[in-house]
Design a binder for this molecule. Sequence first.
Ligand SMILES: Nc1nc2c(ncn2[C@@H]2O[C@H](COP(=O)(O)OP(=O)(O)OP(=O)(O)O)[C@@H](O)[C@H]2O)c(=O)[nH]1
Ligand SMILES: [Mg+2]
Length: 394
Amino acid sequence: MKVKKYLVKDMQQAIAQIKKDMGPEAIIISQRRVRGKVFWGFFTRRLEVTAALEEGSQTSFSQGLQKELTDSPQELQKVAGGEKEIEVSEAKFSEKIFGRSENKANPNSQVQEELKEMKTLLQQVVMTKESNNAQQEEHLFKSWRQKLLNLDLFEALVEKFLIVIPEEILKEEKLVQTTIINYLISLLEPLYAANQPGQVISFIGPTGVGKTTTLAKLAAQLALNHQKKVAILTIDTYRIGAVEQLRTYAEIIGVPLQVVMSPNELTEALVKNTDRDYILIDTTGRPFTNINQVEELKSFLIEVSRPHDIILVLSSNMKSRDLLQATAYFSPCDYNKLIFTKTDETITLGSILNVVDKAKLPVTYITNGQNVPDDIVPMDAGSLAKLILRGVDL
Ligand SMILES: Nc1nc2c(ncn2[C@@H]2O[C@H](COP(=O)(O)OP(=O)(O)OP(=O)(O)O)[C@@H](O)[C@H]2O)c(=O)[nH]1
Ligand SMILES: [Mg+2]
C-alpha cells in the first residue's frame, strides 16, 4: 500500500493532485486542518489530505472506465448530489460493465474487474462529497476571516483565531464567537497574573493621547471614591498651559500638585510625599521620533524607587503601525502597563490586540470619553477580549 500526504488549499485541489499523482484508484483515508506557512511568515489554514493506493491496483481497463464516468465535473457533481443520482450512475456503470462482459472469455476475472470498478466509482463518490463539504467549510472560514480582518486585526492574529475554530461548529455563529473569545481570554490571562498597582504611577506616551485627562480620572477615583491620599507631580514643563490644565483638575479633586523641573527635584518631591498612598506623575507628550527626548524622560523615571507603574498611554484611534512605532520608541522607559484612550472615537479595536500581542503587557484601563472622572473602565482578560471582539458579529 502506497500512502502519501498532500498539503493543499482545499479538497478540490487535493483531488486533482491525487488523481494526477496516484491515479483514479487512490482513496482518501484522512483529512485535517493544519497551519501552513506562506508569504511574509504569516500562517494560513491548510488542508492535509492523506491518500492511499493499493500496490498494482491500477489497470488500463479501470482507468479507461474511470475516465468515461468521472472526467466531467458535472457528472461528479450529480453523483455526489444524492441517492437518486447515485442510482442513475450505478445503472450507467452496470450497463457499461455488462456491455463489456458479454465479450469476455473468463467470467471470474470479469466479475473481479467489475467489483474493482465498482469500488473505484464509490471512492469517487466519497471524494466528491468530501470536496463539497470542504468547499462549504472553506466558504465559512473565509467569511470568519473577513469578519476578523474587519476589526483591523493583523492577518497573523486572524489566522491564529481561525485555527482554533473546530470545523463542526462553523455554522453556529454564537459558538464560534464564544470559542474565539475564550481563546483570546486564555492568551490574555497570563498578562494579568501579576497585576498589582504601584504606589507611584507615571503616565507616558505620544502627544495628545489623553495622558493628563486619564491621570485626572484616576486621581479623582482614588481620592473621591476610595478615600486614598493622592498627590500629583508633573514634569510637564514643556508645553505652555499644560500645568494649568492639571492644576485645575488637582484643585477640583482636592489633591496637591507639584511641578518638577529636574530628576533631583523629582526625588525630593517623592520623599516629601512618602505619606501618600499614591503619587501620580504626568509627563510631557513626546512625538515618537526624537531619541533625546525619550532619554530625558527616562532620566526622570529612574529616580523612583517605590513600587512603580509606568503606564504607556496610547489612543485606540491611532493606526496599528504608528502604535507599534510608539511602543518601540518608549521602550527605554521600561513601561509595564498599557492604557488605551478614546475607544469612543473608533469603531474597531483590533489595533489594541495588535499592540498587546507584540508588547505582551496588560491593558489596565480603557477610557471612553472626555468626562472626568467617569469615562474610564478597568480591564481584565475577559472584559478586554469582549471589547476587542465586540464587532465580530457585525
Ligand atoms: N473622546 C475622547 N477624548 C479624550 C479621551 N481622553 C482624552 N480625551 C481628549 O483628548 C484631548 C487631549 O487630552 P490630554 O489629556 O490633554 O492629552 P495628553 O496626552 O495629556 O496631551 P499632551 O500632554 O499634550 O501630550 C483632550 O481634548 C481630552 O479631552 C477619551 O477617552 N475620549
Ligand atoms: Mg498632558
